[in-house]
Ligand binder design. Structure first.
Ligand code: SF4
Length: 888
């Protein structure tokens, strides 16, 4: 492994940004955005920028473990192969399943799918991408005949109107959002955001439609009708290139009696509805980009088709600056789609039709290829309860946290006779249920390809040595396949071997029948594979380069080459509010975390944005439930319960509560939001409706509350509410007792008895119920705990900085238990800009001293918001608050 420059791809969201890496030590590297990568052109968001903080070995799974004991790879492989083989022998191939991940590289995915569908002979492999974009897949197939995103990121820059539906692009796909904003500065692009929440994405919008949750279908049916009625139909296009328009219009009209009725049903003003329709009708260059708010619904597929219908009616598909655009959540959700990672697909965009099965069986020379779809994610775990699935292999994902009705998923994992988990992290919520843990390579240690939202295939490249006994996923899968007796199909020497087969299959007897075709790369050498530059598929055998846009000629992947309008109408909503559960739970991502925080949670910088699981609640809902702003709230649904820090938020739609998906039992006591989410799915795609679960709120009144800093990892006891977040030099824990029987703790309850005695300083005011304690070792603060029964606790930011200092001077020691520096009421404040490390106090001072009035000026003065820009809404909030205070 050399320290020369390595080009790789970010492992987080579906934007798929290129990264350059200079390794600077065994586990250290300097990272930057790759200016040569077409997705990001040198920029990275906060998550990508902080990847260097996450490549250490903290928490890594480094050795195979069977039944809690470290074993050799040979023992682990034999155990997994023997148990899977026996289960298949005794109960048939459909008694086993794989649950895989959009974190896998395409080569990993390819062999996992080949093993299950081709050699075991079952369709039971599904991916966590089911949770993020399977509705888009199904919608594409119904409309276009194949799962194809017609456009590219450049369309966001060439459009005059971009409609963002159910997508907090500013936080969840920041670099794409910044590209849009940069283009808008040049050409004045209009931006419309359709979202029940006023997310940071809305801050730059020309129009925000805060629609009633679940009303998207009705809104786009109204758009379809009005486009038709206002003469915006592209008649030639519809006649020559589509079918089904008339029926779709008839069906849509059932949802759209009048503008006023539709506006009322969608919960928006008629004027806003009129503006949306007028702008869309009058703007040929229009992109409609959609994400989880559309896909994660019990009518997600219909919603996707309602959007596509509008683009077909106007002939705006696959042309510069025009088209429907699905933004995927995961780095390789699209790659998984290419190789059959979904249970209802075969590899290379082949389907479970007799002819496709015959073709694939012949290509792989197998006679037991699965000939029917397998179980989709939610059904797959349910099938464990009904004894249909007896052995499960989970790869690179954490279903005990991320699936809906997570308590039931956990009981399924507990019940399952044999659970294998291959992962790079040792302690995840799912790991506790695994009989076998297999150490997998992490980002930076493995080689392969990923595909981003615009069909662009890029290389992920290794720049770190494999730690311990970790292996790349493809190798683990091939070893186990061989031990099961399938050596013939899995004798790959490298990811390049797998990629060549993947490319060859895509072109095999294709003849233009399947759009997904990278047959042009079927014979590349290892050197050429190492050197693959980012390109967009298709790249057929006779093509010189990849393909930016598809379907521009109006010829689609259907048998008659016409796109299909799909008649859709507003269905029953996902959630059923009852008097007992009058609110609605909406779940999603926060700015600086990724999935279940097993990686981004390692970064002190990223963790500083939100140090606790926070539920955003409209103030009126908070007051009605007698929950204080900043207090603790109990969120309850018919499926589960959680405790979150309440944050009053005017941006929430009244009646709707937002909670993050990131917290697990590893880093919080009672904040796995998946436990609360109902397992309702779209009937076609099987994608769970994460956005709409019936909910009620209750206040949680702690008998005491506390926070603790520790330089070491502590197993938190003596508190029934706690959260742990990474800070520089250690951890910050927020603690509270909801049970009166839990006594207020002291440091002795948490400090390991292996540590030397250290120096303890203490302040105890029993009459006020205030207790503060700190431990120092050789002048260095190692632990401190601040607790109170009814009072307030000081801000954490100054104390947090002390944990990272070697020798506390007398002044700091004297003020330690005050929790603030001498003479100052505040510390540095909360982290606003993760990329540039700018905290709120610096911004406040800059605004006051410089009389700054806008985000740009704050950026010029402090640097905040000048990189990925996803903190600009927070900066604006600070400006607004200060302007309000000044006016008061
Ligand atoms: Fe990674 Fe951020 Fe780019 Fe997404 S936008 S790929 S998280 S750097």
């Amino acid at each position: 492994m050399t320290s020369s420059l390595t080009r790789s791809t970010c492992p987080y969201c579906g934007v798929g940004c290129g990264i350059t890496v200079h390794r600077t030590g065994t586990r250290n590297a300097m990272l930057a955005g790759d200016e040569a990568h077409p997705a990001n052109r040198g920029r990275l968001c906060s998550k990508g920028s902080m990847l260097g903080e996450t490549i250490g070995l903290e928490g890594r799974l480094l050795h195979p473990i069977v039944n809690g004991e470290r074993v050799s790879w040979a023992q682990a492989i034999n155990e997994v192969a023997a148990r899977f083989s026996k289960t298949i022998r005794d109960h048939g191939p459909d008694s086993v399943a794989f649950y895989v991940s959009g974190q896998l590289l395409t080569e990993d995915y390819f062999v996992a799918n080949k093993l299950m569908k081709g050699f075991i002979g079952s369709g039971n492999i599904d991916t966590n991408s089911r949770l993020c974009m399977s509705s888009a897949v199904a919608g594409h197939k119904r409309a276009f005949g194949e799962d194809v995103v017609p456009g590219c990121y450049e369309d966001f820059e060439e459009a005059d109107l971009v409609v963002l539906v159910g997508s907090n692009t500013a936080w969840c796909h920041p670099i794409l959002y910044q590209r849009l904003l940069a283009a808008r500065a040049r050409r004045g692009t209009r931006i419309i955001v359709i979202d029940p929440r006023r997310t940071p994405t809305c801050d730059e919008a020309d129009l925000h439609l805060p629609i009633r949750p679940g009303a998207d279908l009705r809104l786009f049916n109204a758009l379809l009708c009005e486009l038709a009625d206002r003469g915006a139909t592209n008649n030639d296009y519809v006649r020559e290139h589509t079918i089904g328009m008339a029926q779709s219009l008839i069906t849509a009209r059932q949802d759209h009696a009048s503008m006023s009725e539709t506006a009322k049903a969608c919960g928006i003003s008629e004027a806003a509805l009129e503006t949306f329709i007028t702008w869309f009708a009058q703007t040929p260059r229009a992109v409609t980009a959609f994400s989880m708010g559309i896909n994660q619904s019990s009518s997600g597929v219909d919603q996707v088709n309602a959007i596509i219908n509008c683009h077909l009616l106007t002939g705006r598909v696959g042309l510069p600056g025009m088209g429907p655009f699905s933004i995927t959540g995961q780095p390789n959700a699209m790659g998984g789609r290419e190789v059959g990672g979904l249970a209802n697909q075969l590899a290379a965009h082949l389907d479970f039709t007799p002819s496709d099965c015959e073709l694939l069986g012949r290509f792989w020379s197998v006679d037991r290829l699965a000939c029917k779809p397998g179980l989709k994610a939610v059904d797959l775990f349910e099938a464990i309860h009904s004894d249909k699935i007896k052995a499960l292999w989970v790869m690179a994902t954490n279903p005990a946290v991320s699936l809906p009705d997570a308590n039931r998923v956990r009981s399924a994992l507990e019940k399952c006779e044999f659970v294998v988990l291959s992962d790079c992290m040792e302690r995840t919520d799912t790991a506790q249920y695994a009989d076998v843990l297999l150490p997998a390579a992490a980002w930076g240690e493995k080689e392969g390809t990923v595909t981003n939202s615009e069909r662009r295939i890029s290389r992920q490249r290794a720049f770190l040595d494999l730690p311990g006994e970790a292996k790349p996923d493809w190798q683990i899968i091939c070893d186990i396949a061989s031990a099961m007796g399938f050596q013939r199909g899995f004798a790959y020497g490298s990811p390049a071997d797998i990629f060549r087969e993947h490319a060859a299959l895509s072109g095999f007897e294709n003849g233009g029948r399947r759009v997904f075709d990278i047959g042009g790369l079927a014979h590349i050498s290892d050197v050429e594979y190492d050197d693959i530059k980012p390109f967009q598929w298709p790249l057929a055998f006779d093509a010189a380069s990849g393909t930016k846009r598809l379907f521009a000629d109006g010829r689609f992947a259907t048998p008659d080459q016409r796109a299909c309008f799909v008649p859709v109408s507003e269905a029953q909503t996902d959630h059923v509010n009852t008097p007992d559960f009058p609110l609605m739970l909406n779940t999603g991502r926060t700015r600086d975390q990724w999935h279940t925080m097993s990686r981004t949670g390692l970064s002190a910088t990223l963790s500083a944005h939100e140090v606790e699981p926070i539920a955003d609640i409209h103030p009126e809902d908070g007051l009605a439930a007698k929950i204080d702003d900043g207090g603790l709230a109990i969120l309850e649904t018919p499926h589960g319960r959680g405790v979150f820090r309440a944050r009053y938020c005017e941006r929430q739609r009244k009646g709707s509560v937002f909670a993050p998906i990131h917290w697990s039992d590893v880093n919080a006591a009672q904040s796995v939001v998946g436990r609360l989410v109902h397992p309702v799915c779209d009937p076609i795609s099987g994608q769970p409706a994460f956005k709409h679960s019936a909910l009620r709120l209750k206040p949680a009144r702690p008998f005491w509350k506390a926070f603790m800093l520790s330089s070491d990892m502590i197993n938190v006891t003596k508190a029934d509410y706690w959260s742990r977040s990474r800070i520089k030099g250690g951890y910050l824990h927020e603690l509270a007792a909801l049970d009166a029987a839990i006594p207020m703790p002291g440091l002795a309850d948490y400090i390991s008895c292996d540590l030397p005695a250290g120096e303890i300083v203490e302040m105890n005011d029993a009459s006020q119920g205030v207790f503060r304690q700190a431990r120092l070792e050789q002048g260095r603060l190692t632990h401190c705990l601040f607790a109170t029964r009814a009072g307030t606790l000081p801000p954490r930011d100054w104390l947090v900085t002390l944990l990272d200092q070697n020798d506390l001077d007398e002044g700091k020691r004297r003020w330690l238990l005050a929790g603030r520096p001498a003479g100052e009421a505040t510390g540095e404040g909360h982290l606003v800009c993760a990329c540039m490390g700018v905290r709120s106090q610096k911004i406040i001072v800059a605004i006051e001293e410089g009389h700054l009035t806008n985000v740009r000026e704050v950026g010029e003065a402090t640097g905040a918001g000048t990189n990925c820009g996803s903190c600009r809404s927070d900066i604006r909030k600070l400006l607004d608050n200060m302007q309000k205070d000044a006016a008061a």
